[in-house]
Design a protein around this ligand. Structure first.
Ligand code: NAP
Ligand code: HSE
Length: 433
């Protein structure tokens, strides 16, 4: 039972896919949650667009369309924001905190844009701001980064943090489906939004990358700092060639410290990884975050990154954490941006590349192509040629090279007489056997 007879009154902004599960579980598991929190958790108000909509399992008298009434109600101690979007969620959260309320949110888009303003506002208001659900749904990754790994130096974070794109790439890899048909399947299963742009163009993963990078490198990182490419240009051919070469293609969010010790790079793009890499085994709509630390070495966090119930699990974990803090008259740890790492442009990235190109199948082609790589100081690891009548396809895998050198190489290849066109350039991560 609730310890000390304390009550934590909870208000919610939004009751959609995630919010309805939070509300349902708050009511269904009230006794357990109270016993674990040391306080009675009472859901007192929910603001939505349509207060008349029937929402099974949630008492209808809790609903209002008055968003402000939740963040201004003196009887509410904690606000769960699951309405999404930037406005009005941004001002509502600021207002809730100013009014002394703790906030739990799943809003990665908002945190990636205005996170540090919100963190500073929560410090000023002396209230908790928790957001475990904002990255990788049910997977506990943000608190492990902020608490368990805070004594270590994170060197690199690589994550599959968007379920929709991972589902599409898995289907393309396993069944040979085209991007379009795999996307339709993802939409039919409810993974992708009706407008899947944020997923397939990498905006959703970029927001999550910014949040992860901020925590990993104690630096103010926002969505505009993240280099982003989506998966819309990936073809069934790219997937099939990758497979033949022992790779799979994943949309990775990568945040890494550069060798200069002063800069970090944060990028989201389709990436070739060896099929033996732990991230290659992450299938369908699952997410995983692979963290490399100076002392801990490699760690991987895996689980469901989307969906109402998994996301609600992370939100309820935050809710119990806030309730426990309040019982002790304390607050959870705050974010730190003391390191002030600079964000390096993508041109400064150093990684491996796979370049596919259609060439004429005549003597001297290989030499002419190799010369262009050599002239730009890009070292070749392997070359593979597939005959296609009078033409051929060349697939060049490079050693680590600078992005700017690679870009110059591709530009020169495109105007080489022997090269018909460069079909694709995909970055490569992970150890190649
Ligand atoms: P959703 O299904 O679209 O639900 C949004 C809810 O907010 C609805 O209840 C809607 O009211 C309400 N709402 C939105 N704008 C409003 C406005 N201007 N005024 C009043 N009410 C408003 O969204 P969701 O999928 O649950 O996502 C919620 C948040 O969780 C987002 O930040 C999302 O990024 C994040 N998240 C989602 C997932 C996931 O798998 N879905 C996973 C992790 C994080 P009505 O019901 O009346 O329309
Ligand atoms: N659309 C997101 C995804 C939801 O597919 O991963 C979870 O943030």
């Amino acid at each position: 039972m609730a310890a000390n007879g304390k009550t934590l009154r909870v208000g919610m902004l939004g009751c959609g896919i995630v919010g309805s599960e939070v509300a349902r579980l708050l009511v269904a598991n009230a006794e357990d949650l109270s016993a674990r929190s040391g306080a009675k958790l009472e859901l007192v108000k929910i603001a939505v667009r349509d207060a008349k909509k029937v929402r099974p399992g949630i008492p209808s008298d809790l609903f209002t369309t008055d968003l402000k009434s939740v963040v201004e109600d003196p009887n509410i101690d904690l606000v769960i924001e699951v309405m999404g979007g930037i406005d009005p969620a941004h001002q509502l959260i600021l207002s809730a905190m100013k009014n002394g309320k703790a906030v739990v949110t799943a809003n990665k888009a908002l945190l990636a844009k205005h996170g540090w303003e919100l963190f500073h506002a929560s410090d000023e208001a002396d209230v908790d701001l928790y957001y475990e659900a904002a990255v990788a749904g049910a997977i506990p990754i943000l608190r492990p980064m902020a608490e368990s790994l805070v004594g270590d130096h994170v060197e690199r974070v690589m994550g599959i943090v968007n379920g929709t794109t991972n589902y599409i790439l898995t289907k393309m890899d396993e069944t040979g489906a085209t991007f379009e048909s795999a996307l339709k399947e993802a939409q039919a299963l409810g993974y992708a939004e009706a407008d899947p742009t944020a997923d397939v163009e990498g905006f959703d993963a970029a927001a999550k990358a910014a949040i992860l990078a901020g925590l990993a490198f104690h630096t103010d990182v926002s969505d505009v700092d993240v280099y982003r490419e989506g998966i819309t240009a990936i073809t069934a051919d790219d997937i099939s060639v990758a497979k033949q070469m022992g790779f799979t293609i994943k949309l990775l969010a990568i945040a890494e410290a550069n060798e200069d010790g002063e800069t970090i790079t944060v990028r989201v793009h389709p990436t070739l990884i060896p099929r033996t890499h732990p991230l290659a085994a992450v299938r369908e709509a699952f997410n995983a975050v692979f963290v490399e630390c100076e002392s801990a070495g490699e760690l991987m966090f895996y689980g469901r990154g989307a969906g109402g119930t998994p996301t609600a699990s992370a939100i309820l974990g935050d809710l119990v954490a806030v309730a426990r803090n309040r019982n002790e008259g304390s607050l959870g740890p705050t974010e730190t941006d003391y390191a002030h790492m600079k964000i390096a442009p993508i041109s400064a990235t150093r990684t491996r590349y796979s370049i596919r190109m259609d060439v004429q199948d005549i003597p001297g082609v290989l030499a002419s192509v190799a010369n262009v790589f050599a002239a730009n100081d890009v070292s070749i690891l392997t070359v593979r040629q597939d005959g296609r009548g009078p033409d051929a396809e060349l697939i060049v895998l490079t050693h680590p090279a600078n992005e700017s050198a690679l870009a110059a190489t591709v530009k020169q290849l495109e105007v080489l007489n022997t090269v018909k066109h460069v079909t694709s350039v995909i970055r490569v991560e992970g150890t190649i056997a």
